[in-house]
Write a protein that binds this ligand. Structure first.
Ligand SMILES: *Cc1c(COP(=O)(O)O)cnc(C)c1O
Length: 223
């Protein structure tokens, strides 16, 4: 058995039931994804639009592709027809474009709202207050080709576990707040996408039910 499939099987064994494993295959070749596929993995994530398009073409069509990278508006049209979930909806501008492109292809695109919990300036995402205001305004009800399914966040890239836990906990609480205020009757608003190779055990302590794992499965990226 390849080490990629060993990592996947080991992860699947260790994750609590109800937690989805998203294999982050960005910068890894099609051959590596095939190995993961052979071990039964069907959920994969990419963070660059054109790389996603190429891999989607090259690989089996029962793969469920998620998009997790910052999405420029001019790339939305490539991503929308392919993906089953966009994790990185991080501005009103990109949401409007996702809605428009989804309308064009007659699709309702599932999206997570990316919120910024990290201290670093480099991480994209809505602030909690901007996200709340956006939902409160109600404008999003007009985006008929978008369905919100939950939240996504990335913790700060630090070794301080308490800080990371605090950030995930803030995301968990914010999820509960908006679930209660805006999505109470929507069963499908339930995805909490947090946790990567370095911090997923901490994310699981704070409400995560979808972990996005790259290097732990595929090894180091050469980007
Ligand atoms: C690259 C990436 C991951 C996976 O990172 P690893 O540390 O390799 O597990 C998860 N989420 C996002 C948004 C990413 O860009």
């Amino acid at each position: 058995m390849s080490s990629i499939s060993e990592q996947i099987l080991q992860l699947k064994d260790s994750l609590p039931s109800g937690v989805s494993l998203l294999a982050v295959s960005k910068f890894h070749p099609v051959s590596a994804i095939k190995e993961a596929y052979q071990s039964g993995q069907r959920l994969f994530a990419e963070s660059h639009a054109l790389e996603l398009v190429e891999k989607h073409e090259a690989l089996p069509k029962d793969i469920e592709w998620h998009f997790i990278g910052h999405l420029q508006t001019n790339k939305v049209k490539y991503v929308v027809p392919i993906v089953s979930l966009i994790h990185s909806a991080d501005s009103i501008r990109v949401l409007k474009e996702i809605n428009k492109q989804s309308q064009k292809v007659g699709k309702v695109t599932a999206c997570l709202l990316q919120v910024k919990v990290a201290q670093e300036d480099t991480k994209y995402g809505f602030s909690f207050s901007d996200c709340y205001q956006m939902l409160k305004s109600g404008d999003w009800h007009e985006w008929e080709n978008i369905r919100f399914k939950g939240l996504m966040c990335m913790s700060s890239n630090v070794s301080d576990k308490e800080q990371i836990e605090r950030e995930f906990e803030q995301a968990r609480l914010f999820f509960q707040e908006i679930k209660n205020d805006f999505f109470k009757d929507e069963e499908d608003f339930k995805v909490c996408s947090w946790g990567m190779s370095g911090d997923y055990p901490l994310a699981l302590l704070h409400g995560s039910n979808m972990v996005r794992i790259g290097s732990y499965i595929f090894g180091e990226r050469h980007n």
